[in-house]
Design a protein around this ligand. Structure first.
Ligand SMILES: [Zn+2]
Length: 105
């Protein structure tokens, strides 16, 4: 008898605690939402995700590290593009040669 009764009491207390906690959390959330007000349209830096003006181009903040990182990324993209082009060429040249020799032969 006693243990199950105790269990019920604990359950009630826990439920109350949980309810209180949820209320606290939600009020905190509401407070932070109303406190910041309406956010103007903005973008985020692609490196550090800092909020930046929507007109920012390239899509990075004024942080020197981000500028540097962006430059490196652009360089990498260029390198990848060239590598793909070369790779394609390696496969395309024999194909074209076979095609041409087929036509000539
Ligand atoms: Zn940044």
């Amino acid at each position: 008898m006693a243990p199950s009764f105790m269990h019920e009491v604990i359950d009630v207390v826990d439920a109350k605690k949980v309810k209180e906690m949820v209320a606290k959390k939600s009020s905190q959330l509401m407070g932070s939402m109303s406190g910041s007000g309406k956010m103007p349209p903005h973008k985020h830096c692609r490196i550090c995700h800092e909020a930046i003006p929507i007109k920012s181009d390239p899509r990075i903040c004024k942080n020197q590290e981000c500028i540097e990182q962006n430059r490196k990324d652009e360089k990498n993209q260029k390198t990848v593009r060239i590598a793909m082009f070369v790779f394609f060429g390696i496969f395309a040249v024999p194909y074209v040669l076979v095609l041409v020799t087929g036509i000539l032969g």
